[in-house]
Unconditional design. Structure first.
Length: 166
């Protein structure tokens, strides 16, 4: 079932393997080309220290705001297909390892859902400076359901080592 009105969704974009800036830029073009979906805002790219598993190169991260008529599950499926197209292999054994492209659906309107494979809002976004810094650039007053506004969430996390790429 398709939403009647366009929905604002936010997607985190990241990577640290290969020609990262080119991969992320081309992945964003692919996101913008999705049916009934348009990128409405994009943060700068930020160089961020590796998180979870720190023995790997720094990441580039950004966040985009989408306007979409896709349902959340269809949008997520489309994002995962783009990751695969760019060589991303998801592995439970190396969950926080290097990746060519990572596209995480953070928010889908004000939806709160917990289904197999899809939890909204993203369950750990409020803890991750590499998500909150670029999200605050484009939507500082955005409210994350059940967590509060982005600016307040950002104030509660360490942002050491995160720098905007000119």
């Amino acid at each position: 079932m398709r939403p009647d009105a366009p929905i604002r969704a936010y997607v985190a974009v990241g990577g640290n393997d290969g020609d990262v800036e080119t991969n992320l830029t081309e992945a964003l073009w692919a996101v913008d080309a999705l049916p009934q979906t348009t990128i409405r805002a994009q943060s700068a790219f930020y160089r961020t220290p590796a998180w979870g598993r720190t023995d790997q190169p720094d990441f580039l991260n950004a966040v985009v705001e989408l306007q979409t008529r896709m349902t959340a599950p269809v949008l997520l499926e489309s994002l995962l297909a783009i990751e695969t197209r760019f060589g991303r292999v998801r592995s439970q054994q190396d969950r926080w390892g290097p990746r060519t492209v990572d596209l995480d659906l953070l928010l889908y309107g004000d939806e709160v859902m917990d289904e197999p494979g899809l939890t909204l809002p993203h369950p750990r976004m409020h803890e991750r400076a590499f998500v909150l810094v670029p999200l605050a650039e484009i939507a500082p007053r955005l409210v994350v359901p059940g967590r509060g506004d982005v600016a307040t969430l950002l104030a509660a996390v360490a942002t050491d080592g995160i720098e905007a790429i000119p």
